[in-house]
Design a protein around this ligand. Structure first.
Ligand SMILES: [Zn+2]
Length: 355
């Protein structure tokens, strides 16, 4: 329930088939009590009678859920008419937002999923190992293994060489066990932590694919892991920034040689629609006015009074939100960045699969 990247697939294809504004999306930090009432009031004034009926019922369900659960950061997507309800909680602060539209607003979830990629922490020494899985910045599962390894002092009668050989063998056997356990749960975003050389030995024992998945090593005593989780979170956030910088560098060079890149909202929108975009980079916290045709679902930027294609009514939308949703649907990687370069050439740029 907490993994933001797992929540996306269940949200991107959902919409009201009668084109009514029936999907309520609430992002709520659990603090500002007036915020919901304030938004509710204005939304109620703007809906059609049918939409209003649905909105009131949907908000009742949402309020009941909030009352039942402890205060926290939530994203709730619900539509009484469509019998739809999905609630997610986050360990990080969400930006308050209440909206109603023909489909859920996923922009913020996509941003959280991008910033808080799932990762695995392996904390180990020569006879203890713990494997923690984090998703959305929060611990989701944990697994502990231990082995009875001979301590460093040999017992009488055994030669030093023989003792060392046996000890090494049992450490190797234990680490093999940990490798097998890790293999079952993680392929990438692995952080190794622990004291001394054991984690180096462990890393060397990993299959090549998993070795590539190790993104950091942290030196820490296994008994004093205070601050370790915060440190790993920081590593993940840094990795995410680094990924964006690398992507932006590739896009930059593609733009310069007029290659496989696209920029500008209108152009990027067209490329995403064509399924050309492999990776989309969006400037954080940016919204832009656009429209969607209520009849043929054509999307566009700027302001028009009717659909230029079929002449039917249009609704105003945040074109960036629509762009993100469309990109997620086409399986593109979607990242959010505050990089200065993106601010100059953005608010969206894309790396193309083909041209
Ligand atoms: Zn149209």
């Amino acid at each position: 329930m907490k993994a933001c990247d797992e929540a996306l697939p269940g949200l991107i294809d959902v919409y009201d088939r009668d084109n009514l504004n029936t999907f309520v999306s609430l992002y709520f930090d659990g603090r500002d009590e007036h915020f919901i009432a304030h938004r509710e009031k204005v939304i109620q004034c703007l809906l059609t009678p049918d939409e209003l009926k649905n909105f009131v019922k949907t908000m009742e369900t949402i309020q009941a859920y909030l009352k039942k659960n402890k205060p926290g950061n939530y994203a709730i997507f619900a539509s009484d008419k469509n019998n739809f309800f999905k609630a997610l909680s986050f360990p990080v602060t969400v930006k308050n937002s209440l909206s109603v539209d023909v489909s859920p607003y996923i922009h913020q979830i996509a941003e959280l999923a991008d910033e808080w990629q799932a990762y695995t922490l392996v904390l180990l020494n020569s006879n203890h190992a713990k494997i923690f899985s984090f998703s959305c910045g929060e611990l989701s599962t944990q697994d502990a293994l231990s082995a009875d390894i001979m301590n460093k002092h040999k017992k009488g009668g055994m030669s030093q060489a023989r003792f060392q050989r046996l000890r090494k063998g049992s450490i190797h056997a234990f680490l093999t066990e940990v490798v097998e356990a890790l293999q079952k749960i993680a392929q990438e975003n692995i952080i190794l932590a622990g004291p001394g050389e054991t984690k180096k030995q462990f890393r060397g024992m990993l299959p090549i694919q998993l070795q590539k998945g190790v993104i950091a090593e942290v030196d820490v005593s296994i008994d004093d892991t205070c601050g370790l989780v915060d440190e790993t979170k920081e590593i993940i956030r840094e990795k995410s920034k680094e990924r964006h910088r690398q992507l932006l560098d590739i896009i930059k060079s593609e733009i310069l040689k007029n290659g496989l890149a696209v920029y500008g909202v209108k152009e990027t929108l067209a490329a995403v629609r064509n399924g050309q975009v492999e990776a989309l980079l969006v400037e954080k916290d940016v919204k832009q006015k656009g429209w969607v045709c209520e009849s043929c679902h054509l999307l566009g930027t700027g302001i028009v009074s009717q659909c230029p294609s079929c002449g039917k009514n249009i609704s105003e939308v945040d074109i960036i939100e629509e762009l993100v949703k469309l990109a997620e649907r086409t399986g593109a990687i979607v990242g959010f960045s505050q990089d200065e370069l993106l601010q100059k050439i953005g608010p969206v740029v894309g790396l193309l699969r083909f041209k």
